[in-house]
Design a protein around this ligand. Structure first.
Ligand code: ADP
Ligand code: MG
Length: 290
């Protein structure tokens, strides 16, 4: 008999015994910026859990924490107290990227450039700097990333459209937009799209919105389905089929310095991030130059 417990056990087995889950590393490194200027939509949660999921498929992944709150750094269990070599010093060109990279507690294949509270000043400090929009791109140069040998770079943005987010959009080829299945889900998305267009027109012609991820889906509400339908109508097949469910476990994991894959591998949250990451890898095979 197929009981919920059996189902859960099966899921756990899939996560705990990853053999056969190895996937082809992409021919070309992919750099994705995870952006949405609305706070609390699941940017950080999606960044760290997708990164962990990609790692479990055999990819080597770098997470760049670009939010002064440092939530991604926390979730990956990396040191990020003020003064720790971080993305801030790398943006200012004071240190090389490699000097700020730490291994996550999740896996030695999952790296993180942490953000400290020092980054809070960067939004203003950058204004008067030369090539202020391209500082992150410089830090994430090919040589530095080759040395780290990473297949994916995921950049976690702060909840604003300021210079830090612009730096993230200039440094990446792809944008991943998490959209929360909630009231006003699309509020502000228009503004984000405008900004992405501006960056594409003036600063980074290869930028493209490759991926939309629906987060915090609550199947009990009609609203969640309305949002899902609306987003799919608007963005078509760029919306991943996998939808991330609302789950307490997902929100608990960062408190333990863990991703959901480590915290509760058999949970629906873990499975959904694994499925979403698998779809992302499939995009790569389909030649995501969208
Ligand atoms: P953002 O980075 O966009 O501000 P977060 O990823 O920090 O958003 O998520 C906002 C809050 O929602 C956090 O407290 C997080 O733990 C919680 N959260 C994110 N995804 C889920 C989910 N699928 N289910 C339940 N809570 C979630
Ligand atoms: Mg965040």
């Amino acid at each position: 008999m197929w009981t919920p417990i059996a189902e859960e056990a099966e899921r756990a087995a899939r996560v705990l015994h990853p053999h056969g889950r190895e996937m082809q590393r992409p021919a070309q490194r992919r750099i994705l910026t995870v952006a949405n200027q609305k706070g609390g939509v699941g940017k950080t949660t999606s960044t760290v859990n997708l990164a962990a999921a990609l790692t479990s498929y055999g990819m080597r992944v770098l997470v760049v924490d670009l939010d002064p709150q440092g939530n991604a750094s926390t979730a990956l269990g990396v040191e990020h107290t003020s003064g720790t070599p971080s993305v801030y010093e790398a943006l200012l060109g004071e240190i090389e990227l490699a000097d700020a990279v730490q291994e996550s507690t999740q896996s030695p294949e999952l790296l993180c450039v942490p953000a400290t509270i020092d980054l809070a000043g960067a939004e203003i400090e950058l204004v008067s700097m030369v090539a202020r929009e391209a500082r992150l791109k410089q830090a994430l140069n090919d040589e530095a990333l080759d040395e780290l040998d990473v297949d994916y770079v995921l950049i976690d943005c702060p909840p604003s459209l300021g210079l830090l987010t612009v730096n993230a959009l200039v440094a990446a080829a792809e944008v991943l937009i998490p959209i929360q299945c909630e009231y006003y889900a699309l509020e502000g998305v228009g503004q984000l799209l405008n900004n992405i267009e501006l960056v594409r027109a003036h600063l980074n012609t290869s930028l493209n919105i490759s991926t939309i991820l629906l987060t915090m889906y609550d199947g009990r509400t009609k609203l969640a389905d309305q949002v899902t339908t609306e987003v799919r109508q608007h963005f078509g097949d760029r919306v991943l089929r996998t939808v991330i469910p609302r789950s307490v476990k997902v929100s608990e994991a960062p408190g333990f310095g863990q991703t959901i894959l480590a915290y509760d591998p058999g949970s629906r949250g873990a499975m959904s991030y694994l499925d979403a990451a698998r779809e992302m890898v499939a995009q790569q095979d389909a030649g995501t130059g969208r």
